[in-house]
Design a protein around this ligand. Structure first.
Ligand code: TXA
Ligand code: MG
Length: 322
C-alpha cells in the first residue's frame, strides 16, 4: 500500500526524528530523507532506493550556520558561494566532521551539503531538529522525480510519507562543487550554472578522469555510469536529418521543430527555447515519453551554456547504455 501524500511538516518531522524515511519536495527534485546522524535510518534510504553504498548522500540543512557541526573547515570560497547561492541548488563538498556517519559519505573524508530553496523543505529540517541526508527520491539510476506523484509511483509502497512541495521549480539536481582540495572542482553541473559560480570565485575545473572509467579515482561516485535514465532507449542526435525513418519514435527537444509529424510523440521543453523553463519541464517530459511505450526516444542536445550544461549531462547519462 502506498504511503500518504500531504503537506504536514510536523508529521514528516516526527517521522524523521523517529528514524523514518520521508520524501520531500525541494526546488530541484524530490529528496528521500532521513536523519543524517542516524546511520540505521540512512541505511534504509540506501535500501529503499537500491542505491550502492559507495555513492554518498547530500546532507540538507536549513541555514549556513548548520554547517559548523558537519564540517571541520569552511574555506573562504565556500563562505562566498553560500552567501550568493544559498538557499539554492548548489551543493558544496567540504571536509567532514566526525559527527557525520561514514555511511552518509560512503567512507569519504568529505561531506556534501546544501540549503534547499524551498520553504517547506527548510521547515521540515527545522522541525526535525537534525540535518537531513537525502538522495533524489527515485530508484537508483532511474529518472528523478519532480512531483509527489512521481515519487509515489516509484517508491510509495516503501517509504513513510511524501511531503508534497508541489512541482519542483528548477527541475534538475543541484550543482555539486568540491571545495576540499587545492582547486574548486565542478563534479556535477546543475541548477546553479558554472558561469554563475565563476563570477563569484573565478575559474573552476571539471574532473579529468573520464566519467565512464570506473577504475579511476571516485571523487564523486554518483557521476559514473548510466543514470537519470528512462526504460526506453534514448539516443542523442545532432540534428533531425540524422533520424532514420523508424516508427514508434519519440522526440525530446528544447524548441519546436518543423519535422514533428515524423514522430509518434514530441515533447517541446520550451516554446521560446528558454533553458530555465526547459529544465523545469525536463524530467516530467522524459517520463511522459517513457510511458508511451515507444521503441526509442531521440533527443536534440541543448546549447552547451548555462543550464544547458546540466541538461546535456543528464541526456548523456540517460543515453549511455546505448
Ligand atoms: O538537487 C539535489 O542535489 C537533489 C536534492 C534532493 O537535494 N539530490 C540529489 O542527490 O541529487 P543524489 O544522491 O541523487 O546525488 C548526489 C550527488 C551524487 O553525484 C554523489 O556522488 C555526490 O552528490 N556526492 C555526495 N557526497 C559527496 C562527497 N562527499 N564527495 C563527492 N560527491 C558527493
Ligand atoms: Mg539522483
Amino acid at each position: 500500500m502506498n504511503c500518504s501524500i500531504g503537506t504536514d511538516g510536523e508529521r514528516a518531522a516526527a517521522l524523521i526524528r523517529g528514524g523514518g524515511v520521508v520524501a520531500f519536495g525541494t526546488e530541484t527534485v524530490y529528496g528521500l530523507g532521513a536523519n543524517a546522524f542516524d546511520a540505521s535510518a540512512v541505511a534504509r534510504v540506501f535500501d529503499v532506493k537500491a542505491r550502492p553504498r559507495l555513492d554518498p548522500l547530500i546532507v540538507h540543512v536549513a541555514e549556513r550556520g548548520d554547517l559548523e557541526r558537519l564540517t571541520t573547515h569552511i574555506p573562504a570560497t565556500a563562505e562566498r558561494l553560500a552567501e550568493h547561492f544559498w538557499p539554492g541548488p548548489l551543493t558544496l563538498v567540504l571536509q567532514k566532521s566526525d559527527d557525520v556517519p561514514d555511511l552518509v559519505t560512503a567512507g569519504l573524508p568529505t561531506v556534501a551539503v546544501r540549503v534547499p530553496d524551498h520553504q517547506l523543505a527548510r521547515q521540515l529540517i527545522v522541525l526535525a531538529g537534525v540535518p537531513i541526508a537525502a538522495p533524489s527520491a527515485n530508484r537508483f539510476g532511474e529518472v528523478s522525480p519532480t512531483t509527489a506523484a512521481h515519487v509515489s509511483q516509484q517508491l510509495g509502497d516503501r517509504i513513510d510519507y511524501i511531503l508534497d512541495g508541489g512541482p519542483c521549480g528548477v527541475g534538475v539536481e543541484s550543482t555539486v562543487l568540491h571545495l576540499a582540495g587545492d582547486h574548486p572542482l565542478l563534479l556535477r553541473p546543475g541548477g546553479v550554472t558554472q558561469e554563475e559560480i565563476e563570477s563569484v570565485i573565478g575559474p573552476v575545473q571539471r574532473p579529468v578522469a573520464a566519467a565512464s572509467d570506473p577504475s579511476g579515482p571516485q571523487m564523486s561516485p554518483g557521476l559514473l555510469s548510466r543514470h537519470y535514465a528512462p526504460r526506453t532507449p534514448l539516443r542523442i542526435i545532432a540534428d533531425l536529418s540524422d533520424v532514420p525513418p523508424e516508427p514508434c519514435t519519440g522526440l525530446l527537444t528544447l524548441r519546436p521543430v518543423t519535422a514533428s509529424e515524423r514522430f509518434a510523440a514530441v515533447e517541446v521543453l520550451s516554446e521560446q527555447g528558454d533553458l530555465r523553463e526547459a529544465a523545469a519541464n525536463f524530467y516530467a517530459a522524459v517520463r511522459r515519453l517513457d510511458d508511451r511505450g515507444l521503441k526509442r526516444i531521440m533527443a536534440l542536445p541543448f546549447p552547451e551554456e548555462g543550464l544547458g550544461r546540466a541538461l546535456n549531462d543528464r541526456l548523456r547519462r540517460a543515453a549511455c547504455a546505448e
